[in-house]
Design a binder for this molecule. Structure first.
Ligand code: 5GP
Ligand code: MN
Length: 338
């Protein structure tokens, strides 16, 4: 991170500031962990801090210390707008383009204070006065750890901060297995354990608190799996009717896409999930090796992300979206066939 930016921020943070922390829409463990890790740090420093999420987040993240402090923009728009109007600093965490904040984007565009971006996605936007962007990082939570160290505040990392940051590293690295997991990532995780992150409990709270309906929805998703052997591709579909039948709750489909990638020889996996309320098909893409799903999501599905994990959307029907997905695979035949 740029040392001039750190100096500027340190100076700003010497006086009490009003600070809003914002994760991306449909926040995951990394986005919520980064917000709450910083929330505890900045509160310790005496600032007035409030996290504002564009929309609600899954129940399996609600055990996190501080999660009850979130204001939800979609539920309480007036109050969220007021908080942003009065803020001195807005941290945008785990996203790098304001349109990733959903319906909150226009309010953020109007914010005339200082934006601080901490993020590990590719192609960062230019809206922030202070940008800490590094696509090689495992997670935004790992970056928040480095950011806290750069501020010289490492001693403030208590069990709450450690638990929040550990969670984001854990979820964004697929439990420390993805390629972006470096020796430094492991050292950071170890330090967070030493500082009190209850790692066994965190793994349980994140991965082992399923409702039976969720497991049955996974069964349905796996029944729908389609394998396109020549393209080393597998995809899953879930219609709104299938979601309703299994009492779908936010976050229930998290991780389903990875089952496609767990097949031997599959290098590209996708899931298409119908969302009637929003009138879209939400798409998640995952890959193994050099095949860039970020490029595919940007080129065909109004999305983006990382080389091996990206997402996007389609406004066509689920059937037409899948047809279009199948029809673009020949363009990538050389890279996919291996
Ligand atoms: P997921 O498939 O788990 O929703 O997201 C995987 C990755 O792609 C995440 O890093 C997420 O931020 C990014 N991503 C998901 N959906 C979108 C989208 O609609 N637009 C962009 N730019 N990135 C997305
Ligand atoms: Mn992330």
């Amino acid at each position: 991170m740029n040392s001039e930016d750190i100096k500027t921020l340190k100076r700003r943070l010497k006086t009490r500031c009003r600070i809003v922390l914002v994760p991306h829409k449909n926040p995951d463990g990394d986005a919520i962990g980064a917000c709450l890790g910083l929330f505890h740090l900045l509160r310790q420093q005496g600032h007035e801090v409030i996290p504002v999420s564009p929309n609600d987040f899954p129940g399996f993240l609600k055990w996190m210390p501080g999660s009850e402090s979130f204001e939800i923009y979609d539920h309480n728009t007036g109050r969220a707008k007021e908080l942003l109007k009065n803020a001195d600093l807005v941290f945008t965490l785990d996203f790098n383009s304001l349109d990733r904040s959903g319906s909150m984007a226009t309010t953020l565009q109007d914010f005339d204070g200082t934006f601080v971006m901490i993020d590990h996605h590719q192609s960062p936007g230019t809206y922030a006065q202070i940008t800490y962007s590094d696509p090689e990082m495992s997670s935004t939570c790992e970056m928040v750890y480095h950011f806290i160290q750069a501020l010289g505040e490492g001693d403030r990392i208590d069990a709450n901060i450690a638990a929040c940051l550990y969670t984001g590293i854990l979820t964004d690295t697929g439990s420390f297995k993805y390629a972006a997991t470096t020796p430094t990532t492991m050292r950071v995780a170890a330090e967070l354990m030493e500082r009190g992150a209850p790692h066994t409990q965190i793994h349980r709270d994140i991965f082992d608190t399923n409702r039976p309906e969720r497991l049955q929805l996974l069964g349905c998703a796996l029944q729908n799996l389609v394998i396109l052997k020549p393209y080393r591709t597998a995809y899953i579909t879930l219609t709104q009717e299938e979601l309703n039948r299994h009492d779908f709750r936010k976050g229930d489909t998290e991780g389903f896409v990875n089952y496609g990638l767990s097949l031997k020889d599959v290098v590209l996996a996708a899931i298409f999930i119908e969302n009637r309320d929003e009138g879209i098909i939400k798409i998640s893409l995952r890959s193994q090796g050099a095949f860039s799903v970020n490029e595919m999501a940007r080129a065909h599905f109004e999305g983006g992300g990382h080389i091996n994990a990206a997402g996007g959307r389609s406004t066509e029907s689920i059937g037409d979206t899948v047809k279009r997905f199948e029809s673009i695979l020949p363009q990538y035949e050389k890279q996919l066939a291996g």
